[in-house]
Ligand binder design. Structure first.
Ligand SMILES: Nc1ncnc2c1ncn2[C@@H]1O[C@H](COP(=O)(O)OP(=O)(O)O)[C@@H](O)[C@H]1O
Ligand SMILES: [Mg+2]
Length: 351
């Protein structure tokens, strides 16, 4: 199944007051030879201005496909349906799915309003030019009329801001002369040169070791305070979410299965999948010899799915004849806390 769309810029769309981004019923199919993968299946979420939303789930749950669809960089074998509403700095609202992926409007948005940082910062830089040149280039494109000297000074300022020591030397070095952590900092500096309102960070620290990881997360938090952007923070590690995010959306097999505030998710998790993820986190007082809990089984490939809860095969609380044979809609168990599970009833939090 492949969905075709036309660019339509005049179409009027409405976005509620303080929302920067609203994803409505997003579906993404990926065609792989004869098979259609239903990688994203009816995803809904909002991101308010200045807010950080954590999108969490194991590898293969559809987090990256969702985020790439927002930025418009999924490959040609992907097709999508639904709405991705985004409010620009001038207050205009676009349904990003209706924009031509390589068209002027989308390209301008990617350069000035929406930025994305990835797990592997190396791929964002060209090995042929110095880090300083690549950052200056962005400023020059972005702010016509800037002189090369002014751009260089701005780059130095940005490199300092992201905590790169000795920026006067670093600015003239090539990407391969940077460590992974330094390069991720440089990538964040590059992103700041565009002054985005929306930052999508897809596993930005997964490739880094733990101490560097913590430093990069701290850096992102302080920059968010200073620049006031909204962040969609994507991770497979629920552990990093508590300190980074205001709200959390838990994703499983292409669907959001639970969403709520950090407090609601960490203290009142309702979905067996979320509970499983929490249980698999290492604890402070954990005995070294004690084996960590792991959710049994693996995330299935989203092909030929039957009506059912996506998690039923791995769920310890699966109700035979129900969870394995009908689709499950989300219910609100407390204000702002939604769960897609037959064990949850509207207005009722499980102990
Ligand atoms: N380019 C692609 N071609 C084929 N399958 C893909 C492609 N990208 C993602 N997938 C599949 O789509 C599903 C969701 O992938 P992804 O969004 O990358 O997961 P996550 O980011 O949560 O780890 C997985 O089953 C994955 O194998
Ligand atoms: Mg991913």
């Amino acid at each position: 199944m492949f969905w075709n769309k036309k660019e339509n810029l005049d179409h009027q769309v409405e976005l509620s007051g303080d929302y920067l981004l609203e994803v409505r019923d997003l579906n993404v199919n990926i065609q792989v030879e004869e098979d259609t993968l239903h990688a994203v299946r009816g995803v809904n979420f909002v991101l308010r201005r200045g807010e950080t939303l954590g999108l969490v789930g194991e590898s293969g749950c559809g987090k990256s496909v969702t985020s790439k669809e927002i930025v418009g960089i999924n490959p040609g074998n992907c097709s999508s349906k639904g709405e991705v509403l985004f409010r620009t700095k001038t207050g205009k609202v676009f349904n990003l799915l209706e924009l031509e992926k390589d068209g002027v409007t989308y390209r301008a948005l990617r350069g000035t309003e929406i930025a994305m940082i990835f797990q592997e910062p190396m791929t964002a830089f060209s090995p042929l030019y110095t880090v300083g040149n690549q950052l200056s280039e962005i400023i020059l494109i972005h702010e016509p009329g800037t002189t090369k000297q002014q751009a260089r000074e701005r780059v130095l300022e940005m490199l300092k801001k992201v905590g790169i020591a000795n920026p006067e030397k670093r600015i003239d070095q090539y990407p391969h002369e940077f460590s992974g952590g330094m390069l991720q900092r440089a990538l964040i500096a590059m992103m700041l040169c565009c002054d985005p309102t929306l930052l999508i960070a897809d596993e930005p620290t997964t490739a880094l070791d733990v101490t560097i990881q913590a430093q990069i997360l701290e850096l992102m938090k302080s920059l968010q305070k200073e620049f006031g952007m909204s962040i969609l923070f994507i991770t497979h590690d629920l552990g990093t979410v508590a300190s980074m995010c205001d709200r959390v959306a838990v994703m499983y097999l292409g669907q959001i299965v639970e969403t709520g505030s950090v407090r609601q998710i960490f203290h009142n998790a309702q979905h067996p999948y979320t509970r499983g993820l929490l249980k698999s986190l290492p604890k402070m007082n954990q005995n070294r010899d004690e084996r960590l809990y792991a959710i049994r089984g693996v995330v299935p490939v989203p092909v030929g799915l039957k009506p059912s809860c996506g998690f039923h095969e791995r769920c310890e609380e699966c109700m035979a004849g129900k969870c394995d044979s009908m689709n499950v809609e989300p219910v609100e168990v407390e204000p702002g806390h939604f769960v897609r599970c037959l064990l949850s009833e509207e207005g009722k939090v499980r102990a």
